[in-house]
Design a binder for this molecule. Sequence first.
Ligand code: FAD
Length: 387
Amino acid sequence: MDYGLTEEQKSIISTAREIAQKHIKPVRQRYDAEEIFPWDIVKVLGEAGLFGVYIPEEYGGKGMGVFELVLVVEELSRVDAGIALCLAGTALGAYPILLGGSDEQKKKWLPPLARGEKLAAFALTEAEAGSDATAIQTTAQRDGDEYVLNGTKCFITNGGDAEIYSVMAVTEKRKGARGISAFVVEKGTPGFEFGKKENKMGIRASSTRELIFQDCRVPRVNLLSREGMGLILALKTFDATRPGVAAQALGIAAGALDEAMAFTTTTTVDGETLASHQAVQHILADLATEVEAARALLYATSRMIDKGAKRTTKESAMSKLYASDVAMKVTSTVVRLFGHRGCLTDYPVEKMMRDAKITQIYEGTNQIQRNEIALALIKEAASAATT
Ligand SMILES: Cc1cc2nc3c(=O)[nH]c(=O)nc-3n(C[C@H](O)[C@H](O)[C@H](O)COP(=O)(O)OP(=O)(O)OC[C@H]3O[C@@H](n4cnc5c(N)ncnc54)[C@H](O)[C@@H]3O)c2cc1C
């Protein structure tokens, strides 16, 4: 489908595609099996300027937006979603700074992220606070010109490998959701350590670790936005970054479809290619239609965000929900089309199915996306009724 891309956007896609084919494809199976963090790929992506596509030029980026970030993540994830996460996870950690940081804070932390010299991470989830973010227990107690952080975050993407962490902590418990604040905590700050690294079913080249804060003193100048605005900043971040998860899911689905087309048009059963059977053709037609529908929804949402739409919670949630469900459906169908080969690690499709699953879970499970979409629909209906 023609999405009217500019020459610059086409060039970003071709750069990401070339890196994916030349550098990621040859290592993807080994990095997944051995859980290797892709530092060599980080370097290549950084040199190509892809870490900074969504970061304003004044802070060292290319000055583009969510749409271009989505294009990059889709292309990289088409080959390996776990490796792509070094970049997408950094965007998730960078957005609170981008959306809530002062000019000084942006000047300090964004340029090395734009160059890919440092990675970022986003830390909200805790053992007893996943879907319900208001239940977080990590505290940040004000002490003069510092805040003292105590608590443990879990399942943090890029945890341990990132240098810059956007961390949500409770500054005033009695205020509930309005008592949560966002801080930047840099790796190496005394009292900030890393705990267990998770052994995951998919995206295994991406590190997922616990963050442990024990009397960790963070200067007051590391507070993003204002005290009490942390949860709002996290939700605004999700509006901008859930399209990134959708792009990951779309890339996985498109990659699985690429594999299905190559396999069914070259593999013969009883002297005929699989793709010559109408039953198989219909499967391919359905999958391709759903992949394109996911792409159209995602691209429209990303462009809406970049045009400055006030709230895109519903559209961002729809993009993430739809693309991740499509990714799960496409990958499991393609595994089946591959027959016995589908479950062998010699072929990439079983890994794509394992990677797809996570896109239904993180940055809010798909049940939570449905809650958000329904809430927005009900609000829209109520406001239509009063006008
Ligand atoms: C690989 C990986 C990487 C991650 N990276 C990060 C990261 O970088 N930063 C970060 O902060 N977090 C991260 N997470 C955490 C992730 O965002 C949470 O796992 C997710 O939000 C779900 O929370 P939970 O796991 O605690 O599930 P729970 O909240 O315990 O949910 C369990 C089940 O109950 C359902 N459920 C819960 N509440 C409702 C409701 N109100 N309505 C309907 N159903 C509901 C859920 O959909 C789910 O099926 C990561 C997780 C994983 C697995």
